[in-house]
Structures are given as C-alpha cells and as structure tokens.
Design a protein around this ligand. Structure first.
Ligand code: FAD
Length: 316
C-alpha cells in the first residue's frame, strides 16, 4: 500500500476540539496522509485549527440536526462519508461516544475494528488485553479499518503551521435517523479536570469510610489541579458518583500521576489505571496488591498521610 489515507474523527465539545482529537492526529501522522471528518453544527471554524496540526484535508458534515450526538445520525453520516471517500484507516476516540459510534460504522462499511489502541510499533497496533495483563499486537489484513484510540496515551500533535483544504460533505439524514432527539445536555459543572483527560488523579477506595471523608482527597486534588477518582467499593457505597469509578467497569485512565489512597489493587481496578505513568499508593497493609504496580508506596494511614501530602504540596 502506498501512503495510506488516514481519517481522524475529532471529538468536539462546546465548539472546541477535545484533547483526544489532537492525540489521534499525532498517531495518524505516523500512519499516513491525515484528513479529518468533522461532524456537528457550527464546527467548520475548527478546520483551520486542524490544518495547523498537520491535517491536509477537512471534510465537514455540518447541519443543525447534527448539533448533538446520537448514534443513528452520526453513524449514518460517517459511514456514508467513508463509503464515498474510501479512507484506509479511520481513527475514533476510545471514549463513551467513540465506543458507541465505532462498531456501528465498522459494521455498515464492512470494516474490521481494532479497539483501545495504545501504541503503534512497526506496522502493528498495540492494545491491552486481559484487563491490562498482556498486550496484543494487531496488524490490519484488510481495509477500511476502524481504530479506536485510548485517550491520554499519545501526546498531542505538535503544530505544523499548515493549512487544510476544506470540503463540505453531503448529509442526507432519513427520518429513521431522527427518531431520537436530544433536547438538552446537562453537564456536571466542576472546576476539576475530566477524569479521562486529567494529568493527575487522586483516587480513594473503601478505606475512605464515607463520602464526606473524600474532602481530604479533594483538597489534595485542588492543590495539584487533579481529578478525583474512586474504586468500585467507594462508588457502590454511594460515596462517589459512578462517573468517578476507575476500572474494568468504570473508566480507563492514563494520567501522568495516579495517587491511590486506601485501594487494595484488585485486578478490576488495575485494569483501569495500570497504564498511568507514575503510580503512588498509600495503604496501611504492606502486602496490598496495589504496591505491585506502584512506583512509590507509602505504608501508612491515609488519614495521616494525605493531609501531610497536601500541606507539603501547598508549599511547593
Ligand atoms: P478493598 O479491596 O476493601 O481495599 C481497601 C484497602 O484500603 C485495603 O488494601 C486496606 O489495607 C486499605 N486501608 C484500610 N484502611 C486504610 C487506611 N486508614 N489508610 C490506608 N489504607 C487503608 N473495582 C474497581 O475499583 N473498579 C472497577 O471498575 C471494578 N469492576 C469490577 C468488575 C467486576 C466484574 C468485579 C467482580 C469486580 C469489580 N471491581 C471493580 C471490584 C474489585 O474486585 C474490588 O472489590 C474493588 O476494587 C475493591 O475496592 P477497594 O480497593 O477500594 O477496597
């Protein structure tokens, strides 16, 4: 195959590119000629920004009906775009939205899919399997190929100062695609970063004993500019909302720094955070499993250690 045509499907929030979009461009630039397929309403202004990151062509599917994501609408528009333009590889975020969209589009265009990719080495996509215990090398045998990319793993693409050619895509939604109407999106307002995008995460487990006690983790998080996560034990106890859960049945995170306080390190928790670059564990039990993956371990009572850590970080 010559230079592959690689599509990035950017994720957009509040008319801005989410970080995963620029991370996908970084990977795409290693795979071939980068184009982007933008879906939304009032999003064409982002084409210039994409050009600046090395995208040579931006195809814009823009219409008022596409303002908010629904599976049917976006799957239709993207699948038709792929059939028309025939990119070899299509990169989609391995995010809540991307995981909903990618398999449907793959099915519609008869593509294979490689999910949750964390690296690309010598023609192979690398993805974790068995809850992160092993890594699989997958090489494409046919095209088109849909690839979902784990957030916060690839660095964001560097600016090139380039400009992109912009084309309008044909959008022909049918009444079937419009059966579901999103009337309003109510987003939780938080001063902290989103878990999957955060550079630092402070997580608490069963040892926190109550929702109120999470305040000490929030204080540390605010000093560090971090997000607050939780183990399933803490979520099941009702101390934190499910959206904060890290692990196999929660979110997969890859921050630069993950601080696990009072979390034992069950395999299902590790599945969501073992890709973190530096792991700090605080646990009373020196035998706790979390210490096997930790880069730094503090054996002690988190109710003593966390306030000390917060006080020290404040002095920095
Ligand atoms: P525990 O295992 O009870 O650990 C608490 C730890 O705190 C202990 O190591 C203890 O030594 C330490 N400790 C106690 N007091 C203190 C103190 N004062 N100071 C410091 N340390 C202290 N779990 C997830 O997290 N995410 C998931 O997505 C997830 N998905 C699952 C899916 C399935 C199908 C199943 C079966 C399980 C899943 N689990 C998940 C649950 C998982 O198996 C564990 O039960 C859970 O992670 C335990 O949470 P924990 O570490 O907070 O609690």
């Amino acid at each position: 195959m010559g230079m592959a045509k690689v599509w990035v499907v950017p994720e957009i929030q509040d008319q801005k590119l989410k970080k995963i979009s620029l991370e996908m461009i970084n990977l795409a630039r290693r795979l071939g000629e980068v184009e982007a397929f933008l879906i939304g309403d009032g999003v064409s202004a982002l084409a210039a920004e994409l050009g600046n990151y090395g995208v040579s062509k931006v195809i814009v599917a823009e219409q008022a009906d596409l303002k908010t994501y629904t599976t049917a609408k976006y799957a239709r528009v993207l699948a038709e775009g792929i059939k028309r333009e025939q990119p070899e590889i299509v990169l989609i975020g391995n995010t809540a939205t991307g995981l909903d969209l990618a398999p449907r589009v793959a099915q519609r265009v008869g593509a294979g899919q490689i999910s949750d990719v964390i690296d690309y080495v010598e023609g192979n996509f690398i993805r974790p399997i068995y809850a992160g215990k092993a890594f699989q090398k997958v090489s494409p045998a046919a095209y088109p190929l849909i690839v979902t990319v784990r957030p916060n793993v690839f660095p964001v693409a560097e600016a090139t100062g380039g400009t992109a050619v912009v084309e309008k895509a044909e959008v022909s939604l049918t009444s079937d695609d419009l059966r579901v109407l999103v009337r309003e999106v109510v987003r939780q307002v938080s001063s902290r970063p989103e878990l999957t995008e955060a550079d630092i995460i402070v997580s608490g487990g069963r040892a926190m004993k109550s929702g109120e006690n999470f305040r000490i983790l929030e204080e540390l998080a605010d000093v560090l500019g971090a997000a607050v996560g939780a183990s399933r034990a803490a979520v099941d106890a009702g101390w934190r909302p499910h959206q904060d859960q890290v692990g196999q049945t929660g979110k997969t995170v890859s921050p630069t720094l993950y601080i696990a306080a009072g979390i034992s390190g069950a395999i299902q928790h590790l599945a969501g955070m073992s890709g973190s670059k530096v792991i700090v564990a605080i646990n009373k039990d020196p035998e706790a499993n979390i210490f096997k993956v930790a880069d730094y371990g503090i054996v002690g009572d988190l109710f003593e250690v966390i306030p000390l850590l917060t006080a020290e970080c404040k002095r920095l």
